[in-house]
Design a protein around this ligand. Structure first.
Ligand code: 4AD
Ligand code: MG
Length: 433
């Protein structure tokens, strides 16, 4: 064959050339003497026009029986066609079936979400799911570029950990050899703090685990979190960094993934408004706003999902809420020197009801107070001796945060639920496929 192998995503550069495309049959329509095959190869979708005259009787008859998701190699000439979806078509001259597919379980008709989740390994082949996963890829790539471009060092933190970071109620225990129990990490933060004392500005980026018994549209039991940590930094530095990161991600996705956002029918106008500066309000102000909106909110509590949605409605871009009561936050939060009952913490809430996408703040850098907090939270001191060392040997003010990839992708794609933002979601009632 003298045809050039091409990917559908590059077809615009191949107009007039003879090419082969290797992919799968997405859809087939036939009208007597012509088959219209929509072929996908992971980089895009293209319509292949197969006429009896061009391919001969045998190949044409073979195409009569191709089922959805048959893997195949088509050969043909690329033609620009303004009426074709995507702007190009292939006039087919040859067809080779690689692997048959009969009775593919996901058809163009509507299926329930449980049915689809049970077949997630196939569902990801659909146009929408591919678009979401491509946006996810772009978000992750934008995050890496953001930190690498600013001199942060990627320092990986362990997944097997001996103790809790974010509270003992959401730990997944794992038998660890003969007599020990390890826990899947809830956050790399504590190790990140040690890494920051070594390398200055660091980040970790990996899967984290929460045994969340909640069945909400924002929670997974396994999710990906990026966590930067900076030595010699304050709460304000962490907020500035979170703002810059969110803006970098949104503008990158708007620039590089317009087509995918189009497939998802995402209204991009609210995303275009994600510009600096983000409003910054204190927890006190947020509580007051909720009361004014008639929500039954008691000072001292954490915000629930509907509270976050109500707060975000007052702003046209993400909002940073800072200085939560210490009682709502983890043991490592530094108290506000001006009001000891508050912590130097921040949550960034996404617009349009997507809730908290970033959580972080300034860390407790004082040895005695940290020791008190570990005791007050009933945490085993032995497990935190190494962490206390960071306050024994050259402690400095430091700050950082965690951002959940799935919540950001759900927001950017305008999805109902985070379960579609990761190839294989893990939730309270779902461990398969
Ligand atoms: O607010 P969280 O619990 O903060 C921490 O874990 C800190 N130790 C991070 C740090 O300061 N280094 O989680 C951070 C973010 C949330 O804002 C949210 O985006 C995401 O992680 N997240 C979840 N995403 C999906 N499912 C869950 N169950 C999540 N829990 C948190
Ligand atoms: Mg949080």
């Amino acid at each position: 064959m003298d045809a050039t192998r091409t990917y559908i995503g590059e077809i615009a550069r191949r107009v007039g050339e003879r090419v082969t495309v290797r992919g799968w049959l997405h859809r087939r329509r036939s009208s007597g003497r012509i088959h219209f095959l929509t072929v996908r190869d992971g980089t895009g979708f293209v319509q292949v026009v197969l006429s009896k005259a061009a391919v001969g009787d045998d190949t044409f008859a073979q195409a009569d029986h191709l089922g959805q998701e048959t893997s195949l190699i088509v050969e043909g000439t690329v033609r620009e066609d303004a009426r074709a979806p995507g702007g190009y078509e292939i006039d087919g001259t040859g067809l080779e079936v690689v692997g048959a597919s009969h009775d593919y379980p996901i058809t163009p008709k509507e299926h329930g979400v449980d049915y689809l989740l049970d077949r997630r390994h196939l569902w990801i082949r659909s146009r929408r799911q591919q678009a979401i996963l491509r946006v996810r890829h772009e978000v992750i790539d934008a995050i890496r570029d953001f930190f690498n471009g600013r001199g942060f060092i990627l320092a990986d933190t362990p997944i097997f950990t001996p103790a809790a970071c974010e509270g003992t109620s959401t730990l997944f225990p794992v038998p660890y050899f003969d007599d020990r129990t390890a826990f899947l990490t809830q956050s790399g933060q504590l190790y990140n703090e040690a890494n920051a004392m070594a390398l200055g500005r660091v980040y970790c980026f990996g899967p984290t685990f929460r045994a969340e018994k909640s069945k909400t549209r924002r929670h997974l039991t396994e999710f990906w979190m990026v966590e930067p940590e900076m030595a010699y930094a304050t709460l304000d530095d962490a907020i500035d960094l979170a703002e810059a990161l969110v803006i970098a991600i949104v503008s990158r996705v708007l620039e590089a993934r317009r087509e995918e956002l189009g497939v998802l029918e995402r209204d991009t106008a609210p995303l275009e408004r994600v510009q600096a500066p983000f409003p910054r309000i204190s927890y006190d102000e947020a509580a007051e706003m909720l009361r004014k909106r008639g929500r039954p909110f008691e000072w001292g509590g954490d915000f629930g999902g509907p509270d976050e949605t109500a707060l975000a409605e007052s702003f046209d871009r993400p909002v940073a809420v800072h200085r939560f009561p210490s009682s709502t936050k983890a043991f490592y939060m530094k108290p506000d020197p001006e009001r000891a009952e508050l912590s130097l913490s921040v949550d960034v809430l996404a617009p349009e009801g997507y809730g908290e996408i970033v959580g972080g703040g300034q860390r407790l850098d004082d040895y005695d107070l940290l020791l008190e907090r570990i005791a007050a939270h009933d945490l085993p001191r032995e497990a935190f001796e190494w962490y206390l060392d960071l306050r024994r040997y050259g402690t400095v003010p430091h700050a950082g945060f965690g951002m959940g990839v799935e919540r950001v992708v759900a927001w950017l794609c305008g999805l109902e639920h985070v379960r579609e933002t990761i190839p294989y979601p893990r939730m309270l009632y779902r461990l398969t496929p």
